[in-house]
Design a protein around this ligand. Structure first.
Ligand SMILES: [Zn+2]
Length: 195
């Protein structure tokens, strides 16, 4: 796992927990999440904000496959966000979830909302493995997922993360061909929205 030293507390920290924080005038520093939250809390006078280090949790998806989620809490003045994510090859990948709440509010109730969202999502699968390869499951014709950058592609095409799996754009196109002649509706939502 790629680690970077926090310029405040000197702790070696996984790179996904490091934030470039600062301004053009004062310069930027690489801070771990804890030190970053402390700086933002001080700057925004959020004296009551208490950073909580959340231990990873394991959850089962609909097929009984284990998923280990790591958490990251970030303060940003007007809000506080908690992300839950899996680690693939040392970096966040697979399922990812976010919630945003009031920085003066109770962090644990925000975490409760996030866990609820994760449970709901893991209890549904949008894809199924068939003899003809991966297909869109069910007959309600809905797929939920996340748009990411496909770093294996030479051209700028997305990779889709559906059921925590990376699905190449071409692969998704192939799945859609089972519905040739059908109509579709595409909706795009913020990463922290409930959809
Ligand atoms: Zn630090």
């Amino acid at each position: 796992m790629h680690q970077i030293q926090c310029e405040e507390c000197r702790e070696l920290t996984p790179s996904y927990e490091i934030i470039h924080y600062g301004s053009m005038e004062d310069g930027y520093r690489q801070l771990c999440t804890r030190c970053y939250n402390a700086e933002v809390a001080a700057r925004c006078e959020l004296d009551d904000f208490e950073h909580i280090e959340l231990e990873p949790v394991m959850m089962l998806d609909k097929k009984g496959v284990e998923h280990v989620f790591h958490f990251r809490t970030r303060l940003f003045g007007t809000g506080v966000g908690i992300d839950a994510f899996e680690i693939r090859d040392g970096v966040p990948g697979g399922y990812q979830f976010s919630v945003i709440g009031d920085p003066q509010g109770e962090l644990l109730s925000l975490l409760g909302r996030l866990i609820e969202k994760m449970r709901r999502s893991l209890s549904v699968m949008y894809l199924e493995d068939t003899d003809l390869g991966v297909q869109i499951a069910g007959d309600n014709g809905i797929v939920r997922g996340r748009i990411e950058w496909d770093e294996t592609s030479d051209i700028n095409t997305p990779a889709l993360i559906i059921d925590g799996r990376e699905i190449a754009w071409d692969e998704f196109g192939r799945m859609l061909m089972s519905f040739e002649g059908f109509q579709f509706k595409l909706e795009i939502h913020d990463r922290s929205d409930d959809v």
